[in-house]
Design a protein around this ligand. Structure first.
Ligand SMILES: [Zn+2]
Length: 358
């Protein structure tokens, strides 16, 4: 079905949001350059995110060049969001009644309202003040704190990709095979999303082998508003928990690496949307399943990086861990996994709904 909202290209919308944000930052930096000695206003209560976006003028955000890249002074970023600053051990905490951001100098794990995110670059102490990289602010933190700045889109069409299949079993743990778990949960997620009014397509509905390129091609043809690839993890028996991935943005490293992804990929126009969806899927899964939070992460997995659509890859737990395996094997728990992911899809749909539809 063709709808007017599909005619507005997401790439253009994302570009517009980026330009708007860049303009806001530029305005902020200009303000900083001409700043008077006026004292910083007291921390304000953070308005609801939509009201925050409508705030008439951008407060000053001072920048510094550290390690060869642009960093933003967190004290100014906090003021921009209306967050009050405090300390918790080594961590710098920025909070309001609506959100709480915890950053630790030299550590890539940040916590946003209780859910972990792996940053591209560790925040840095400079002249006794904390700085966050502009890349992290733009691509990871701002989309979560201000979803009103994400490109508008009617979220209706979802592609579910059950990882592996056929001759490719994926990982294994005590006789449980990843391709089977992925498919069982994918089918439950498809049903749940259809019941909630979404149009769902699946890359496979049986024990079928597909190459990664075939999955991308199938998904691209469907023009999804979101692509969700389902996987299970494997590691040592003690390792447990949830990881939700989005494609690594250009100019940043994957979460398990320091090597910068220099080039754009098909997913690049959706970086900010992907950050929001990955974060909320991580959050919903961790809170629903009560499994360890291994943070929302970036990596250019082929199925999410080569697709020009918002996309995430969900590692639903470790088949090599007894607790995770029990969660993933039981039909009732599989339904919980599916409903947690569907709840994140609902949050995404609401957050980016065109204004007239809200
Ligand atoms: Zn897998």
């Amino acid at each position: 079905m063709t709808t007017p909202d599909h005619e507005r290209t997401p790439a253009a919308a994302t570009r517009a949001a980026r330009v708007a944000l860049r303009l806001a930052l530029m305005a902020a930096v200009t303000l900083a350059a001409t700043a008077t000695l006026r004292a910083a206003p007291p921390p304000r209560q953070q308005p609801a995110p939509r009201a925050a976006a409508a705030r008439p003028k951008a407060p000053a955000i001072r920048q510094a060049r550290l390690n060869g890249r642009s960093y933003l002074l967190m004290a100014d970023v906090a003021r921009f969001y209306g967050l009050a600053a405090s300390r918790k051990g080594k961590a710098f905490v920025y909070s309001s009644p609506y959100s709480r951001l915890e950053l630790t100098p030299d550590a890539r794990t940040a916590t946003v309202s209780g859910t972990d995110v792996i940053l591209a670059f560790a925040p840095m102490l400079h002249q006794q003040s904390l700085y966050l990289s502009q890349a992290d602010f733009t691509a990871f933190i701002d989309p979560i704190l201000r979803p009103s700045t994400l490109p508008r889109r009617t979220v209706r069409r979802i592609v579910i990709d059950a990882g592996h299949g056929g001759k490719d079993p994926g990982c294994k743990g005590s006789g449980t095979i990843e391709k089977d778990i992925n498919l069982a949960i994918a089918l439950k997620l498809a049903t749940t999303l259809q019941q909630r009014g979404y149009t769902v397509a699946m890359t496979r509905m049986s024990d079928l082998y597909l190459t990664l390129a075939q999955r991308v091609a199938l998904a691209q043809r469907f023009r999804p508003d979101l692509f969700i690839s389902l996987h299970c993890n494997a590691a040592g028996a003690a390792v447990s928990g949830i990881e939700v991935y989005a494609a690594t943005p250009k100019g940043t490293p994957a979460s398990d690496s320091k090597a910068i992804s220099a080039k754009a990929c098909a997913a690049t126009p959706h970086d900010r949307t992907n950050a929001f969806v990955a974060y909320h899927t991580q959050r919903q899964l961790v809170s629903t399943l009560k499994l360890p939070d291994r943070a929302s992460r970036r990596k250019r997995y082929t199925v999410i990086a080569d697709l020009n659509a918002p996309a995430i890859l969900v590692e639903m737990g470790f088949l090599t861990n007894a607790t995770d395996r029990a969660t993933l094997r039981t039909p009732a728990r599989q339904s919980l996994v599916a409903s947690a992911i569907a709840n994140a899809v609902d949050l995404y749909r609401k957050a980016v709904a065109p204004k007239a539809a809200r």
